[in-house]
Design a protein around this ligand. Sequence first.
Ligand code: HEM
Length: 402
Amino acid sequence: MTRSLLRILCTLVLVSLGMVSPALAQEETAEVTVDRSATGGAQTLEDILARQQGLAIDDAFRRDDTGADRSGAAIADQLGTLGGASDPELWRALRYGSANVTVSTGAPAANIIIQDSGMRWLAFRDGDLRTYGGYLLLGMIGVLALFYLGRGKIRIDGPLAGKTIQRFKAFERFGHWLLGGSFILLGITGLLQLFGRVALIPYFGKDAFAAYAVVGKWIHNNVAWAFMIGLVWVTVTWISHNIPNRLDLKWIAVGGGLFSKGVHPPARKFNAGQKLIFWSVVVLGVSISVSGLSLLFPFKLPLFAATFEHLNAIGLPQLLGLGELPTTLTPHEEMQLAQLWHAIVAFVFIAIAIAHIYIGSIGMQGAFDAMGKGEVDEQWAKEHHGLWYEEVTGKSPHHPAE
Ligand code: HEM
């Protein structure tokens, strides 16, 4: 079940990113049909081979056939001594969760002895997640490198005024750097956690990695709180300046002037591009925080069964041709989905942050000063945020492009 869940999860993400069509999603969830008449309904070689190839099989014939006493004593009562039940029946009952397991430890989910979907989750985490996540980040760096080669640094067109105006107050910059600084630490420690086995162990060895991993995990778990405070801080401080309006459409229509020299669409404190970044940070920030908290407090904050129930109720998965999403998940499956979601959101978030960091540093002359010193040259303000300049100084910006 987790396999199809993982597929559903990824398909949902890809569909929402416009990278895959619902038709493909349909194909992905198709099950292999097996003729079991020759074995009297029992498992066939075809079943085993399909499972080994990772294909989806309807396993109801096994799942629903546990605990039967046709081969002897009821296995659910006989876990200590097998009685008349065969070993395969016992393992099947454990695997599908119908054995009546009692454990002395009070740890959460300890009575799940076999977690059927664990290996599939691991294979996805160590495979496609790393591969496509890595491509996404490298792809973003490649696109920005091409942009830089084509457009170069976006320079201030007019002569520098030599006079500055305040762009961000100290408390605004504090919130920004609290969020940005913690994000960078979380991004680095998170990615090293995910890629450590392939990127660090071959070069530094297992011992060195183990020593680092303890520190990295400690940093990640604790810096997370600074990130959440920074997220609230920045949201509250800037939300009123980020409400979309008609001006944004004009800004988008000319690509914000990013692609052509001398084009400066009017903008208030934040332009449409910055608003997009702001809302991405809010949405992805909340999602990464909630899934991160679910990982931080294992088994205490299950998110996905309830979310799938809501999605089913509004009909979104059905609309995408995915059928109903499962609403009964084991505690481990909840944790596995939280981990995957956390990492997928992290990749998308980091890719967006790389673009944001590029434009705020080497990509645009004078941009870093806004958040570094809090002051910008008046000419920069006139060109990039003309209406805001007018509001703050009461003087006309006299756009060079006008
Ligand atoms: C804001 C609150 C956050 C919390 C509470 C949080 C919590 C966690 C926890 C508990 C883990 C598992 C660590 C482990 O035991 O191995 C984790 C992994 C990870 N986190 Fe976060 N995190 C947060 C934010 C972020 C952010 C902002 C990023 C990215 C910039 C990020 C990226 C990652 C990555 C890539 C992993 C590794 C996933 C894996 O090993 O498969 N996290 N996080």
